[in-house]
Design a protein around this ligand. Structure first.
Ligand code: ATP
Length: 323
């Protein structure tokens, strides 16, 4: 391997830049030429492949988003698009790839690696933490810290006005952000996509809170919650039971931005460093992760076919702690 290219794809996540920096600097240490592909698979098809030197990645470890930009590419889902991408890589002399992204990015990498002979390693970069083969994904820690900071602020208003607040957090079909934000902010109730939380359970929490003169409550709802989003639950509560007037806040994209937490920077640095190390050892078509503080390699096929979900015991614990 002489020339490697790195790209970010799918949703941006804080810490992606720290990963890019680690990939480029480790490549440079091993005398490899590094290239950045701008705008993910879309840029691969358009030939946006540029050399990127160790000094080019200075002053980015602390920045959110991705300096390489990202995209969702429909064209890469077609054989013609992937053929064009491969031809561009060959023309630039690229002989290995580091893909930073989520499930979709790994699926694209898996499909590509079956059609063309080019080693690829994947780094889990998504705030959702929904990737199998790693305890945490790059960006998750920052996102939950952003979310609890916001919930803490809303709590001040909830407390002052004795109000019930529903806060909807991101995560798509995954409940990790909601579970951690709920526990970390001491929410009264948490709604996740993976487990059912009946409305009656929320009513029970509210009644008990009322009995002990707690006049405000925070409820965290995952955007992909199976029984409806925050607005829908708030409306159902209002229709079914009198006296529970509530406010709804949707945190939205603020959860994806901002400077990465130290934990995300360290995770991204470790994974970016190991991406080059494992490519040089001849590994390919694997996703890298850290499990129990150890580097872990998972074939793309396994990483994309296995589901990862929050432990039900954590939700049970949250219920007990909110009493
Ligand atoms: P996030 O979890 O943050 O959304 P992601 O990596 O899952 O990140 P996607 O948009 O799902 O984001 O996937 C990124 C890109 O991977 C897609 O836009 C597409 O170009 C490529 N991709 C996804 N699935 C496939 C597939 N089956 N075949 C080829 N390419 C794919």
């Amino acid at each position: 391997i002489k020339k490697i290219a790195v790209f970010t794809s799918g949703g941006d996540a804080p810490g992606m830049n720290a990963a890019v920096r680690a990939v480029v600097r480790t490549a440079s240490y091993h005398n490899l030429e590094a290239f950045g592909i701008y705008r993910g698979y879309e840029g691969m098809i358009d030939g946006r492949i540029k050399p990127i030197a160790a000094r080019d990645v200075g002053n980015i470890i602390q920045r959110g988003g991705t300096i390489l930009k990202t995209a969702r590419s429909m064209r890469f889902k077609t054989p013609e698009g992937r053929k064009q991408a491969y031809e561009n890589l060959k023309e630039a002399g690229i002989d290995a790839l580091v893909a930073i992204g989520g499930d979709g990015t790994f699926t694209g990498a898996q499909v590509f690696s079956q059609e063309y002979n080019i080693p690829i390693v994947g780094l889990p970069g998504t705030i959702d933490n929904d990737i199998y083969g790693t305890d945490y994904t790059i960006g998750f820690d920052t996102a939950i810290n952003t979310a609890i900071e916001a919930v803490d602020k809303i709590r001040d208003t909830a407390d002052s006005h004795s109000r019930l607040f529903f806060v909807e957090v991101m995560g798509r079909h995954s409940g990790y952000i909601a579970l951690h934000t709920g526990i970390g902010s001491g929410a009264g109730c948490i709604f996740l996509p993976e487990y059912d939380t009946p409305l009656d359970e929320l009513v029970d929490v509210l009644k008990k809170a009322n009995d002990r003169d707690k006049m405000f409550n925070m409820v965290i709802v995952a955007e992909g919650n199976r029984s409806g989003n925050a607005m829908e639950i708030a409306n159902r509560l209002n229709e079914k039971y009198d006296g529970y007037e509530s406010k709804v806040t949707i945190l939205g994209h603020m959860q994806r931005g901002g400077a990465p937490s130290c934990r995300d920077r360290v995770l991204a640095s470790r994974l970016g460093y190991h991406a080059i190390e494992v490519l040089l050892k001849g590994e390919s078509n694997v996703a890298l992760g850290i499990i129990n503080d150890e580097l872990c390699l998972t074939p793309f096929q396994e990483a994309i076919s296995q589901a990862k979900k929050p432990k039900s015991s954590m939700l049970e614990m949250a219920r007990i702690l909110s009493m």
